[in-house]
Design a protein. Structure first.
Length: 178
């Protein structure tokens, strides 16, 4: 078994998870890990919410092309924690869509393009993972967008999304269903 995959523990911090994700991606791109080793490493990275958040930050914002084309080991690893992964992917979907608007309003085109890259990668993972929990969470997010109530209303209020941002979040949800 690969040393990095062995080193990844279930009790790492957010920052350690980002660093370990980047190191893992280097090894994946260099073809140094089997699908089983990748699955094991991802499974350990996402066992708790804090390190799972770090994984998604490191993965979705990386310059590695594999983030656009996740291998089977990554998909299997992400399926190992459906509740955590579902929640974080839904929030990443909403936040990256809304932030693309914010960055454009602030004339920060490079930042807007970065948010759009994260959005596309998130959409890709959502489609490939295809978890029932994700479908349920997407529906709950839609209900909060439409009614101003529900499970995701506190999240939407926390970030203060306006009408235009909510519309782009809805468009992102629609892309999942295409």
């Amino acid at each position: 078994m690969n040393q990095l995959a062995d080193k990844i523990s279930t009790s790492m911090s957010f920052e350690e998870a980002i660093a370990n994700t980047q190191a893992l991606m280097i090894q994946i791109e260099a073809n140094r890990l089997s699908d089983e080793e990748i699955t094991s490493a991802i499974t350990n990275l996402i066992k708790n919410k804090g390190s799972a958040r770090g994984f998604f930050v490191g993965y979705l914002t990386s310059d590695f092309l594999l983030a656009d084309l996740p291998c089977l080991g990554i998909i299997r690893g992400l399926k190992s924690a459906p509740e955590i992964v579902s929640e974080l992917l839904i929030k990443n979907l909403a936040m990256s869509a809304a932030m693309s608007i914010t960055h454009r309003r602030n004339h920060q085109e490079i930042m807007a393009l970065g948010s759009e890259k994260v959005l596309q990668r998130t959409l890709n993972l959502i489609k490939q993972i295809n978890l029932e929990q994700i479908k349920i969470s997407l529906r709950k997010l839609q209900i909060s967008l439409w009614t101003g109530e529900g499970d995701y209303q506190k999240f939407l209020n926390r970030w203060g999304y306006d009408r235009e941002q909510k519309q782009i979040i809805q468009q992102a949800i629609d892309q999942v269903n295409d």
